[in-house]
Design a protein around this ligand. Sequence first.
Ligand code: GLN
Length: 447
Amino acid sequence: SLAAIAAREEAVHSFVTVVPEEAVLARAVEVQRLIDEGALTGPLAGVPVAIKDNMCTRGLLTTCSSRILGNFVPPYTAEAVLNLEKAGAVIVGKANMDEFAMGSTTETSWFGVTRNPWNTEHVPGGSSGGSCAAVAAEECSYALGSDTGGSIRQPSSFCGVTGIKPTYGTVSRYGLIAYGSSLDQIGPIAKDVTDCAAILEAIASHDAKDSTSVKREDYDFTAALVDDVKGMKIGIPRDYFGKGLDGEVKDAILRAAAVLEEKGAVLEEFDLSLVEYAIPAYYVIASAEASSNLARFDGVKYAYRSEEFEGLHQMYKKTRSEGFGEEVKRRIMLGSFVLSSGYYDAYYLKALRTKALIKQAFDKAFARYDLILGPAAPTTAPRLGESLSDPIKMYLGDIYTISVNLAGLPGISVPCGTDSKGLPIGMQLIGDCFQEKKLFRAAYAYE
Ligand code: GLN
């Protein structure tokens, strides 16, 4: 891992912070001792991991790839990361991301862009682009990402790795710096389905420190890794294969579906409906929550404060003007607008109603199907710089992932080939709430 970081980090730039070699080796030695004593027996003991830089790590810089948290060293560790540490993980670095997880390309980071290891002229996707690039470049064995509207699944598909967003409430959000709290979920990014299942098994837990945490009975996700999809009913939404979907991506997804069919799954096309409303509903809700969550970064309690100012108001204004980047400011303004009196009903409440309808559409689908199959993203990774100039186009790229967050469902992206430029394509499988095991079973059988 250390050798790969030394060799590839300059070209790829997966990390905001690389843990110094002495510290990594000291931790590795400590874990080895625990393994020798029989105190650590699980599959993750001694395995190097990258953590997305929006998860707090005690004593280790945690920036959210923002200038405003540029010198923030948290006094505590996120619950999901603690769970990994208990399993013997060795953290090698904090992975780059879009600032505050807002974006789809990892280009909005204050600390510079991450490049796609498959072709460094292209983006790795985002917002967990650093996590996915680090795994694809073998700078670590696996990584943690977070997914508010696709930020695990989309970069996984762009980087040819496997990533799962669990059912909302499965992994504690304690210590995850909030973007859209009702949508945010931490999940594993790894080389294959088996690793993802083992990692989710380690990080999923009921946590009283997160009021939305759920207590589950089925944390033994690796038990679902059986190569058998006979009789499994898989729905393919027609709405996911229309305008905007790249032809090569479409062909790869349909070939992947055919593999599952050959193995005995029963495939059927259906109309999911409401798909086109997911993007506006998501951007209203996520921005509204972000505008509230990011109010705490005011130059008083955290990290960055502007150097020169006159009085309190100017201090707030200059700190936030200088500390946040363009995209984050755009969302804070949009969010404040849709929550303001007079517009609340027209935008925010309407978006919440749309969210409820989207959930109903999925409920209807899952009454008939075990899983839904489609693309993770409409295209392969765009070239660097292409998305920055056109935020609306970037938002439209979230079409297949965001409704999954609005409905709280689990979704996995599994590599299913490359396009003619040699860039990876990801198939997405979506399950009903708490049906991760079905996802793992089908993804494992496909792989
Ligand atoms: N691209 C989406 C956004 O910009 C999703 C990001 C995420 O899942 N964190 O909001």
